[in-house]
Design a protein around this ligand. Sequence first.
Ligand code: GGG
Length: 343
Amino acid sequence: MARIAVVAGDGIGPEVVAQARKVLDVVLPGTEATEYDLGAARYHATGEVLPDSVLAELAQHDAILLGAVGDPSVPPGLLERGLLLKLRFEFDQYVNLRPSRLWPGTSSPLANVKPGEIDFVVVREGTEGLYAGAGGNMHTGTAAEVATEESLNTRYGVERVIRDAFARAARRPRRKVTLVHKTNVLTHAGGLWARTFAEVAAEYPDITTEYQHVDAASMFMVTQPQRYDVVVTDNLFGDILTDIAAAVTGGIGLAASGCINPERRHPSMFEPVHGSAPDIAGRGVADPAAAVLSVALLLDHLGHPEAARRVTEAVGAELAGRTPGAPLRTEEVGDRLAAAVSA
Ligand code: GGG
């Protein structure tokens, strides 16, 4: 029986996670789901963000299903760093997998692109880069204030995520990996990424490779997203590029992700790419598709590819059946998807 820790979190997190759980309960009956009340409400009530005791309990699960983290009532970064990034770092979730696909029934701002023509995954490094938290402030709040934010890149960290990207490309029909960085300016980290990429690529002579600077990739992801198959990049570039990718494939409400520890030494975490969206929280209008597609990634990771396929197909059919201009409520979408996977 799979043991899933559920961290619904803030804003629209609880609404979309409730729908994802409906689908999970149907498709993987007997799942033992335990809820953890982490996020802004717990912080305000207790001052705690992620106590060590809770971290130890989460470690006992097969996977974590997470909704969204962040609230304007909490100092910026406290929850994002203290909860979301802490989970990724503590559980060594170094592969941040973010698939992008243009689904039938959804629209792309690119007039010439048909559903099915955009289908790529971004393998974003999840434990290093500018998100590592290296840096500091001096003379805070004065005219002489100094802030540094350093990008941490280790050979070990870069190589393992690049290897994961090549292994994924080898299992996909198009067999192509694009490295995205900014090697012409960020020469220290960029050099490490480029050299490591070339070395791993040499082991995969039948995989096509290309390199793009992140500014060029930002443009091509909007103008020619069909060209990508597997994109590997660092933590910050991957965060930004995957929002662009979401924009050209139906919106952030459809973007799923997995924060994966491929060796399964620690639980992996599955979450919609979107944040807590406090402006629409509690109104029942958030699209739960990304949270449900994250369940499909979770199922795949836990060794249930058939269940993952059923969930993915149910979402595809539901999206294809939507009426433009007549949005469904969050719960209605969840009910439809739960019914579809049980059929
Ligand atoms: N669904 C997860 C979430 O709340 N994301 C908001 C966020 O701050 N994300 C930053 C990141 O993915 O690195």
